[in-house]
Write a protein that binds this ligand. Sequence first.
Ligand code: 6GP
Length: 828
Amino acid sequence: PATHPLGATHPLALAPVTGPASSVDGFVRQFLRNLNYERGVPLSASSVNDRYFALAMTVRDYLMARWLEDLRRQRETKPKGVCYLSAEYLLGRQLDNNLLASGLGEIATEAMAQCGIDIDEMRAQEVEPGLGNGGLGRLAACFIDSLATMSVPNVGYGIRYEYGIFRQTFVDGQQVEQPDAWLTLGSPWEFPHPEGARKVAFGGHTETYDDGGVTRSRWVPGWHVQAVPYNYMVPGYLNGRVNTLRLWSAVATDAFDLRIFNSGDYEEAVRAQTFAENISKVLYPEDSTPQGKELRLQQQYFFVAASISDFLATTLGDDDIATLPDRVIFQLNDTHPVIAVPELMRVLVDERHLEWDAAWEITKQCFAYTCHTLLPEALEVWSVDLLGRLLPRHLEIIYRINDDFLDEVRERFGDDEMRIRNMSIISEFPERSVRMAYLATVAGSKVNGVAELHSQLLRDKVLPDFNEFFPGKFTNVTNGITPRRFVRLANPGLSELITEAIGTGWLTDLERLRELESYAENPDFRAAFGEVKAANKRRLNEVLFERDGFEVSDGHMLDVMVKRLHEYKRQMLKVLHIVTQYESITSGRVEAADIQPRTFIFGAKAAPGYAMAKRIIHLVNAVGSVVNADPRVEGRLKVLFPPNYNVTLAERVIPAADLSEQISLAGKEASGTGNMKFALNGALTIGTDDGANVEIRELVGDDNFFLFGMSEPQVEDLWAAGYKPADFYQADDNLRRAMDLIASGAFSDGDKSVFEPIVSNLLYDDRFMVLADYSSYIAAQARVDAAYADTDAWTRSAILNVARCGFFSSDRSMRDYIDRIWHTPPML
Ligand code: 6GP
């Protein structure tokens, strides 16, 4: 302590940072201090938001000492860490998560009570940061939670969008998007560091110059923006570890402003500022489809350039640049951050003056790439024209990487021009462009898919030439979910039941859920499990009633399909099932009384520009209005579509579900993670052999999973044979009746034109083979009905789903990445 960097001598300045006392009194004192000194209000005159902020700050204060200590130890011991580069983090609310991680739940609840505050009201005050679209963004959030819980050094780098994923509303059953102004009341969880801003360049041109006899290239940019970091704590679960999420916000640079300002054009200077700030203004609401927009490329480069610069300045510091691979692995979360590859090359070659080959050796070791899709249209490409305009030096570097790579290919395979064209990072048609997935594959030390089937298809069907060229580069890491948020927080009743049965420990070692298997045979346990499910339905009812005026009917099976609206996910198959049941009642072929009562819950946002997806949303709402109001149904079928499905709602819906719908066309859903959340909360899955469904079914067993539909090879065969959806329509009476009912205008006040595009798309195109899988789906739903009638057997299966899905913890995913890709041991 004698060598304090500031030369401080006061004993308090020398002592390590300590948190407030871990007691109700200590909590109350810190809470009031924050309310008074940070918010500037007394308790008696405080608003709900003041109290929420003071509470959040108090939780932060308890975590602070650990955060500072972890950062200090990292500076000292210089371990290898993971920099997760992701354009999206779909975090969900933070308060409960951070209370859980810090073990402060009970103290905080009691402290609030003693201050006359209902902590539930504080929870409700938090606006979730929706800085992601769906699976990919939520996966990133699960991964950083697991890394912290496993004490692995990690910084999550991303963008602090001022507007996250849009807020969805329905007007006459149709989706209307509202801006998500999540920062209006501020966020208590972020720590802005304007002094840590990094300057990010764009545009301009490149030139060569003579550097004492060596010819070098350099980039002469046209304009700059400042990237201002905001830090967020990422606390591990009860282990005292706190990692960092660092999100960048764009602001105009002083210099840029000044130049224009000095020219006397004040309005132009303000416009420049707006232009710069646009970069982090809004999340692109696209999911599994790329957006070839210039602003999006700006966003991508903006955050990776800032992140690399930040890592080199704050973590590598003055250490030898050659040691970089010992200190960091940059994980590329899909292709969005892949421009980081030429950026690191540029820094190493142009700024640090390394030889090209040496720089390339370092770069290859520092990156690994995860692919999250198989849809060919979802693989990002950037036109050479655009990339060259925005990032001229990077384009040169990409060309050089490609030339070197293709030389190696030629060396190995000869002048096989077809192969060369197929493997080139630059594609020539329809316009000359850069294939970002290829760039990532060439540069990455490893390339992984996100479930067994997906990784296999990626390797053998999408990138087979690369697999041949780089043996051993391709691998699989099956996705996972954090059991802290999606079991412990979302399902306190089940968590308590599990802990009573098998003790604590399962939350950080989820395979221990296996110990529940024998309880599936225990009638008392089954009864208690059933009671938890019933209580979760009541909890769901409360929120749905409060936010939408909806009610899940008593005694109904809860059948849930929540995920982004996309044709490949096949919400239409679910609609056809509902319409089939409805039609069979209203036509008098089936007695309503003979139908297993079900409430169907949908949750789904459609990308604002995706017309077909929006039309399907309209249809779901239209079917719901008609079915719910028709007395002939006798209330036995109910369709609920709460708008604005998000992480907060997921936490209520998933624990209440009986049936989980995972019905994508085989070969299209890379993994799915909702499927894992449902199974771990004791819902049974009806699903295709797709993504991680395959692994779920293998683990829970065929008796505890409702499989239907074609397998991926069968899908291929049907395409090869020539798929004619109309043939399936003709061959199946139920299907014909359901489609005809939709086409007749029965759900659109007689107006046949409203849903005609959906019907004709299914009949004459049907890219995702809804009609081909229909009959198999309906048959599987009949098996579901029969199974649900035997409550005891159903509950047994549900328990076995929980017991056998411990594999799907994101802690296990992280272990796989660490062992096979990152080689970043925990810091204990
Ligand atoms: C999604 C995949 O569609 C989903 O199957 C997977 O579970 C999730 O990623 C996490 O791996 N992909 C995206 O959200 C996406 O935008 C480019 O892919």
